[in-house]
Design a protein around this ligand. Structure first.
Ligand code: G3H
Ligand code: 13P
Ligand code: ZN
Length: 331
């Protein structure tokens, strides 16, 4: 059993309170390997942003849970070495059981998500409450979820009926004791968030997706004034990366994300954590594909993972500075 406090990590309490007060959101970037972690830390140190390092169950399986935990511990030291002691949270993304959350808490995570959003309401409450009781005994923060994020394969009607119901949020938060709440207002995971037929075209012929349901967000804020809200599925799917990937042999079709101006708007509200994974995947893939095609004789992984890491760093800094507004908030 190791406490995150011994590792130099922080829970989300203070950084969320400051983010709501200041009208910005903390970036929650997923990582699975060293280059992603280096890019996240060097970007957030350079622009002085607090950061949430997210580990999914998939990441735990891919990279090994123990290794990831030591990498996060190393990230704290790396940030100091780069010259800034920024607040760093180590967070379990989409935990699906009490046992998984407990195991993360016991090995040094400072925050966990228990995602009971697919369960019947009362079961979601019971599972979330159980995680909160264990987590709070160790001063670890808990994110719960109400409402189901739409998948691109879902029917439109299912998407509509799965938005978070504002009339449930007070009851859920009170009964579970969660520290933050992930909601569903039109975002979704992956690089295909909307079907082209759901979008309109602007003057330049670019597909514009439907607006997020800011009306539902406003209603939730009215029910829970000042309570930390989380947005999953918030990648913007930069079209310049999609273009590079496809130009260099990729086959991404109908890749559409959440426009950054909508995320900027959300960050100014009670949304204080914005999850971004797919954009990093796209940045990395674009950079690697380019090197592979332009330098076919290259076989040193540092020669393609290095440029990928540079591209990731640029992306993360852009998110903090121009989208989430978290740059400069680690001061
Ligand atoms: O919400 C999902 C995250 O993008 C993590 O994805 O489960 O493939 O690691 P993953
Ligand atoms: P994206 O797929 O939009 O990056 O969302 C990531 C996420 O929500 C991780 O939990
Ligand atoms: Zn998610």
């Amino acid at each position: 059993m190791v406490s995150y406090k011994e590792l130099g990590l922080v829970n989300t309490r203070e950084i969320f309170a400051k983010a709501i007060e200041g009208g910005y959101a903390i970036p929650a970037f997923n990582f699975n390997n060293m280059e992603q972690l280096q890019a996240i830390i060097s970007a957030c140190v350079e622009c002085s942003s607090p950061v949430i390092l997210q580990v999914s169950s998939g990441a735990r399986n891919y990279a090994n849970q123990t290794l990831l935990r030591y990498m996060a511990q190393g990230a704290v030291e790396y940030a100091k070495e780069l010259g800034k002691n920024i607040p760093i949270v180590l967070h379990l993304d989409h935990g699906n059981s009490f046992e998984l959350c407990k195991s993360c808490i016991d090995m040094g995570f400072s925050s966990v998500m228990i995602d009971g959003s697919h369960l019947p309401y009362e079961e979601n409450i019971a599972l979330t409450k159980k995680v909160v009781e264990y987590a709070h005994a160790h001063d670890v923060s808990v994110e719960g979820e109400l409402g189901v994020l739409a998948g691109v394969e879902d029917e439109v009607s299912a998407e509509v009926s799965n938005y978070t119901r504002p009339e449930e949020v007070i009851d859920f938060v009170t009964k579970t004791g969660v520290d933050s709440l992930a909601i569903s207002i039109g975002t979704s995971h992956g690089a295909n968030k909307f079907k082209p037929e759901q979008c309109t075209r602007n003057e330049e012929g670019i597909l514009v997706p439907p607006e997020l349901r800011f009306d539902i967000l406003a209603e939730i804020e009215k029910q829970l004034p000042g309570f930390p809200i989380v947005l999953h599925g918030s990648s913007s799917v930069p079209q310049e990366y999609v273009k590079i990937i496809n130009e260099y042999g990729g086959a991404l079709k109908d890749a559409i994300g959440i426009p950054e101006d909508q995320l900027r708007k959300a960050a100014k509200s009670a949304v204080c954590k914005i999850n971004i994974d797919s954009d990093g995947r796209l940045a990395m893939t674009a950079a690697v594909r380019k090197v592979m095609i332009e330098k076919p004789a290259e076989f040193d992984p540092r020669k393609y993972l290095g440029p990928a890491r540079e591209e990731l760093k640029k992306l993360y800094m852009h998110k903090c500075e121009n989208v989430l507004g978290s740059a400069g908030k680690a001061e």
